[in-house]
Structures are given as C-alpha cells and as structure tokens.
Design a protein around this ligand. Structure first.
Ligand code: SF4
Length: 213
C-alpha cells in the first residue's frame, strides 16, 4: 500500500471508530420482512425518502408479499399503489420485471453478487451494494450522495465517480465493516456534514477533515 493510502487507511478507521461510537451498528432504514422485500424497497427508494417508501410498501407487500405474486401483478395496479414515491411508471415496470427474472433465472432467490444483482431491472451498483451489505454480512459499500460528499470533503477521495470511490474504500477498509461504514457516513451526512451548511464546529471528526470550515 502506498504511503498516502496508508494514511487514508488510518483516517478511515478513525472515522469509523468515532462515528460508530455515536451511531453504533446502523439498522436498515427501509422496511422489509424478507430479502425479496428488501430488494423491492431499495429499488423503490431511488430519489425518494425512506419514510415515504416505508409508508408505501406496507400496502404493496400486503397484496404482493413475494416474487411469485408480484411477477403476476397488473402494472396499472402497481402504478396506483406506488404513485406517492415518484417515478412510479418506470419503477412499477422494474419491480414486476425484477420479480419475473428472479423467478425465471434465480429460483426466486436473491443473488449474492453485485454482477448478478445488477442484471435485475432497476438495480444499479448502489442498490446492489445496499442489498449485499444488509443481507450478506456487510460486504458492500454503497456510495450515495451523502457518502460521496462526506468522503470528498474529508479528503479521502478526490472524485465524484461512485465506482472509483467504492473501489478505493474497498482497498482501505476491512470487508466486514464496509456496509456499516457506508451507513455511518450517510448518518453523518444527514445530521452534521449537511450539503449546504456543514456543522463543522460540532463535527466529531473535524480533526480528521481536510475541508473543516
Ligand atoms: S469538519 Fe465539516 S466538512 Fe468535515 S466532515 Fe465535519 S462537517 Fe463535514
């Protein structure tokens, strides 16, 4: 590992330790009872708040609890149910087609790799990483807007390309901690390192941050 990366390695671990002391092991904010329901909730959460998704999926899962039921659903009915979460036309198609593909190609089971997950309609790399981190022992680093912003401000990364960020963090951190590290950074971005007005004087990791304002 290069010298600069070794330093980043140390900073990442310190950030993890500090944020963990505040937030602990962060629970998935999305409602689900089964891996399939997590998949659907994460697909629906694109450009929507977790709260709104949770309110909407309770009705959806009451009627379509598994991939078999959803794969046979009428798209117009699904559109009506999920309309409050936005982008409902494309999302309705995606979740029905994802359910069909799961049944036809994966025996109704959620695939365990990023490559296979991203074959499902509506599942990009970020979505796949969220699913992997919650279902398969934390081995997934999801880069959302908060993670992207916080890591750039601190100086751990110098790119807004989510794939490059993911690859670098995977080199710096132990795989078991990746999922929670992403969630800790999201919590920090939502509560302290706000997009417009970061609360730097109150920030618990300001001693590690290059951008400290
Ligand atoms: S010091 Fe400021 S910019 Fe740096 S992580 Fe904390 S809140 Fe964000």
């Amino acid at each position: 590992m290069k010298v600069l990366e070794r330093r980043k390695d140390y900073i990442c671990v310190e950030i993890y330790r500090t944020l963990f002391s505040i937030y602990g092991k962060v629970k998935c904010p999305l409602f689900y009872r089964t891996p399939f329901q997590l998949l659907i909730s994460v697909i629906l959460s694109a450009q929507c708040t977790d709260e709104r998704v949770n309110k909407t999926v309770s009705g959806l899962f009451a009627k379509y609890p598994d991939s078999m039921a959803l794969s046979e659903a009428d798209v117009n009915e699904i559109e009506k149910i999920i309309k409050p979460i936005g982008l409902y036309k494309i999302k309705a198609k995606n979740i029905i087609n994802a359910a069909k593909k799961l049944n036809e190609e994966f025996g109704g089971e959620i695939p365990e790799t990023i490559e296979k997950l991203t074959e499902l309609p509506g599942v990009g790399r970020k979505t796949a990483n969220v699913i992997i981190s919650h279902l398969f022992d934390g081995y997934g680093f999801a880069v959302d807007t908060h993670v992207n912003r916080v890591l750039n401000r601190i100086g751990i990364v110098n790119t807004h390309n989510p794939y490059k960020i993911e690859m670098l963090i995977m080199k710096l951190m132990s795989h078991e901690s990746l999922g929670n590290f992403s969630l800790l950074l999201i919590m920090h971005g939502r509560n302290t390192c706000l997009a417009r007005t970061p609360k730097c004087p109150d920030c618990a990791i300001n001693n590690l941050c290059r951008k400290r304002l």
